[in-house]
Design a protein around this ligand. Structure first.
Ligand code: AMP
Ligand code: GLY
Length: 426
């Protein structure tokens, strides 16, 4: 069968790589893809915010299954349009994707269905910000309401700083359109966990747990990014806690939406803080995480096509997924300057050597061709991913492979999964 993947980052490369392992798949198209995906699928140029163009592409290719990677086309309603034309598609519709598109909506929904989350206030004016700040102790977390590619969240150490940041977001200076309202939130202490589930709107099945490293620098320093690396191991979560999260968070979200007339189908990414008060939701995403997907799909033993079809077709069963007991690590190699400004077009060397390391694979994120040469084309450039019998082995392999890669100005964190692998708390 023919499968279409929408997107062109590391997550989509991992999806394409996994799809190729399915005996049911004969042809994979990816729009727009990248230089690495082009080795494994037919790439087609596409503008992911142009829904008409994507619909035309779906019409032309007539895939048996389409998987939507990034949030933008989901929040613009690509799933609604594909379904209207009878095309099977994996991902939530526009209403369901609102859970990610609006942090204010997500907070109010969580309050309605009693899902544990940080105390918050939604503010539309600087005066409302001042009023709310009187009630939230510092540090204060300030969030732009709309999509901001992981860059719309600032942790302000003082109330004065929070007022300035919120004021700038309201004036839309920081994050494009994502600033018409802001969410101010209580700062939560604990370890973060990416808890992803798949659901067909009724049945909910967890993926293996993973952890992202959001700050740009070693030791969790510097600004937030889209994610500088991730790892997955069963040690992140025991069975009791997993059941608790399913019962008190994952199922209430899916069934709470259903009660409000919204059928959520696809992946639901639940960003958790494991606090002393128990797991609390930091955010929802309506899609696979990036770079969590690279680590998580490395451990998936089931057929990805079967999974996506059962989700999209409403036939998901609780025992549908089988996983490797091994651990996986993904180290992101980024352009110098990311998450600020950076230069594209730097030639990349060493990818083939990196892939000679046993158990390692280099997923491309921001890459393009310049003639025969693969060059950088984005902030996050590559995701060097490896599997190992334990976290330490997986991390050692990923770093051995990452050390083979070279391009001008490249940067990566040296501590992905390292503190956890050493048995310390992260
Ligand atoms: P979000 O996009 O809402 O997940 O926020 C991005 C990152 O900011 C999270 O992954 C956390 O590292 C941090 N963050 C968000 N909300 C809070 C909070 N209430 N307390 C502490 N850290 C937070
Ligand atoms: N890695 C965080 C995200 O995908 O949003």
């Amino acid at each position: 069968m023919r499968v279409l993947v929408l997107g062109g980052g590391g997550r989509e490369h991992a999806l394409v790589w996994k799809l190729r392992q399915s005996p049911r798949v004969s042809e994979i198209f990816c729009a727009p893809g990248n230089a690495g995906i082009a080795r494994e699928a037919t790439c087609i140029p596409a503008d992911l915010k142009n829904i008409d163009q994507l619909v035309q592409l779906g019409h032309r290719l007539d895939p048996a299954l389409t998987i939507v990677g990034p949030e933008l086309p989901l929040t613009l309603g690509v799933v609604d349009e594909f379904e209207r034309r009878g095309l099977m598609v994996f991902g939530p519709n526009q209403k369901a994707a609102h859970l990610e598109a609006s942090k204010a909506f997500a907070k109010e929904f969580m309050q309605r269905v009693h899902i544990p989350t940080a105390h918050y206030a939604i503010c539309r004016t600087p005066a409302e910000v001042q009023e709310a700040l009187a009630l939230i102790p510092a540090p204060v977390v300030v969030k732009a309401d709309g999509l901001a590619a992981g860059k719309g969240v600032v942790i302000a150490n003082t109330k004065e700083e929070a007022a300035i940041v919120a004021g700038e977001m309201l004036a839309r200076k920081l994050v494009g359109d994502a600033g018409a309202q802001v969410v101010l939130e209580e700062f939560l202490k604990g370890e973060e966990l990416s808890f992803l589930v798949v659901t067909d709107g009724t049945t909910v099945v967890p993926l293996v747990p993973s952890r992202d490293h959001k700050r740009v620098g070693d030791g969790d320093t510097g600004p937030n990014t889209g994610g500088m690396g991730a790892y997955s191991t069963d040690d992140l979560l025991d069975a009791t806690m997993r059941r608790w999260i399913m019962q008190h968070i994952a199922y209430p979200v899916v069934h709470g939406l259903r009660a409000e007339g919204v059928i959520y189908k696809g992946v639901l990414y639940i960003g958790l803080m494991m606090t002393a008060r128990g797991p609390m939701v930091l955010e929802f995403n309506c899609r696979f995480g990036d770079p969590e997907t690279q680590a998580v799909l490395f451990r998936l033993e089931s057929d990805l096509v079967d999974l996506c079809q059962s989700v999209a077709g409403g036939t998901l069963a609780a025992d549908d997924l089988h996983w490797s007991a091994q651990a996986s690590v993904c180290v992101v190699i980024a352009s110098g300057g990311y998450p600020g400004t950076f230069t594209n077009g730097r030639p990349i060397f060493g990818i083939d050597d990196a892939e000679k390391i046993p158990g390692a694979k280099v997923f491309h994120a921001g890459t393009a061709h310049s003639g025969d040469q693969i060059v950088t084309s984005g902030g996050r450039v590559l995701g060097v991913t490896a599997l190992g019998s334990d976290l330490q082995t997986a991390a050692a392999r990923a770093y051995e492979a990452a050390a083979k890669i070279r391009f001008d100005g490249m940067q990566y964190r040296h501590d992905i999964a390292r503190t956890a692998a050493a048995g310390k708390r992260q």
